[in-house]
Write a protein that binds this ligand. Structure first.
Ligand code: MN
Length: 478
């Protein structure tokens, strides 16, 4: 499904509104999209962005992922159904012992059947902009303190030394017609490929891809697992890739716009500030520079954009997709994990609430440490562990457990480790403290010699009796 098919689908489902009056990509579009997010509103297709003099308006698609319904339409199925397919793929029938675990990992190979196909005549070759000129695109400035306009939904493709492609989403600050910033964080696969390259690293950027591809580029896949293969798995059919014109990379054949170029070792430039998904500006810092060598697009292209800011925003839904789809992977290694919630307010790297089947003293601490050792979950600043029967998605229930069950001195763990680049609370960038909170029922051998009280629960016979007689009482609630 290309972006145009997705737009038609959203329109048929009443999930998209076309905005026909002229709208300025400088702040105005962002303000409208922000209101759409906060009102749980539809996707927006701005048909007439204000453009630089002499440039043809390129429509801008915003808020395409901004509801659970649209996320389902984007990924082709409800999240729980996809999570079930992933669970099946991993054979979650509790891989017991080492042999079982190795067998389960082997089944990951089934993913390979969703490896990409190749198409040598991609739609995005229809128009070549020579020389490249980013002023052709209505790149948004989303917050007044931003360092400039930023491309916010790019699928950035690079290769590692073994020739395996990686697709990630790293914002691109537009400096001029042919150069942008390349905001890959030190922990991202794109940055790892850059560090490993000698001299120059080729880069391709696809804009306006199948929404499953766009989502996959944001997903915390282990290094070496192809985002395009993952998108193919989500979609149930392989992603068609096409070779770039000036770099040795392949990008989705149905992309709307493709930028090609390179990033040079030892060249950096001030990037930012940028109004970020924490709800604060991320500070300006030195980042690599992306030089365009080629730019092409489909006839009448559509430019995709998002705005991030104080949650909830559109990216909250992408984060929730990751929470659901990656739970089976987490459980493959930590089968005691029952469920997980990443609160939107914690912007996905700041807080995880996890329920576990507690089987031994210190079990909650074991899981905290495991979380801090798992891929991008290593950034999690607060890890809250509750017992298996606690609904992690019910924040009233969770806070009640934390406030009542936790002895701060005994049940809180302070650890140090890598932090997300966007964290501004730590005295140092990318490194700082994390806290684990064990809100499970404390066992005697965890330092609780006193009796732990039983939870309140009504006598079931009385509950049944009251149910039977309910109408008799004439009460205006049930
Ligand atoms: Mn990757």
């Amino acid at each position: 499904m290309d972006l145009r098919a997705f737009i038609s689908l959203l329109e048929r489902e009443g999930e998209l509104v076309r905005v026909r009056p002229a709208v300025d990509p400088y702040l105005e579009m962002a303000e409208i999209a922000d209101r759409a997010s906060k009102a749980h509103g539809p996707a927006l297709l701005f048909e007439r962005p204000t453009m630089a003099a002499g440039r043809t308006p390129v429509p801008v698609l915003m808020n395409q992922f901004g509801s659970y319904r649209r996320l389902e339409l984007a990924l082709g199925a409800p999240l729980d159904e996809i999570a079930g397919r992933i669970g099946g793929l991993l054979d979650l029938q509790v891989p017991s012992g080492l042999v079982g675990k190795v067998k389960a990992l082997g089944q990951l190979k089934e993913l390979a059947s969703f490896g990409p196909r190749y198409d040598r005549r991609p739609a995005w070759r229809e128009v070549v902009v020579d020389p490249p000129d980013l002023a052709c695109l209505p790149v948004l400035t989303t917050w007044p303190g931003d360092g400039g306009p930023f491309v916010t939904l790019p699928v950035v493709v690079t290769k590692d030394r073994e020739g395996r492609q990686n697709a990630g989403m790293y914002r691109l600050q537009v400096y001029d017609a042919r150069t942008t910033g390349m905001h890959w964080h030190v922990h991202h696969d794109g940055a790892a490929n850059f560090r490993a390259a000698d001299g120059r690293l080729e880069v391709a950027v696809a804009l306006g891809t199948d929404p499953a591809v766009t989502y996959a580029a944001t997903a915390p896949l282990p290094p070496g697992i192809s985002e395009f293969m993952f998108a193919g798995f989500l979609r149930g059919e392989p992603v068609d890739l096409a070779p770039c014109a000036t770099v040795d990379l392949q990008v989705p054949a149905d992309a709307e716009i493709v930028l090609e170029g390179y990033v040079e070792k030892d060249e950096t430039r001030l990037e930012g500030p940028f109004g970020d998904h924490t709800g604060y500006y991320s500070l300006a810092d030195q980042y690599p520079v992306f030089h365009l060598t080629s730019m092409s697009h489909r006839r009448d292209p559509i430019y995709p954009a998002t705005i991030v800011g104080k949650p909830p925003m559109e990216d909250a839904y992408l984060g929730k997709a990751t929470e659901r789809l990656f739970l089976p992977l987490l459980r493959l290694v930590q089968p005691e994990i029952v469920d997980m919630d990443l609160p939107i307010e914690g912007v996905f790297h700041d807080c995880a609430i996890i329920s576990i089947r507690k089987e031994y003293a210190g079990h909650a601490r074991k899981v905290m440490n495991a979380v801090w050792g798992m891929g991008q979950m290593m950034f999690t600043k607060f890890v809250v562990i509750v017992d298996e029967h606690v609904d992690v998605h019910d924040y009233s229930e969770v806070t009640w457990r934390v406030f009542n069950n936790v002895d701060p001195e005994r049940d809180c763990v302070i650890a140090r480790g890598p932090l997300d680049v966007l964290d501004h609370s730590s005295p140092f960038a990318r490194y700082g403290a994390k806290m684990g909170v064990d809100a499970t029922r404390t066992w005697p051998d965890e330092g609780h010699p006193r009796e732990w009280p039983d939870e309140l629960a009504m006598d079931p016979d009385v509950v049944r009796q009251v149910d039977v007689r309910w109408r008799e009482f004439g009460l205006p609630f049930s």
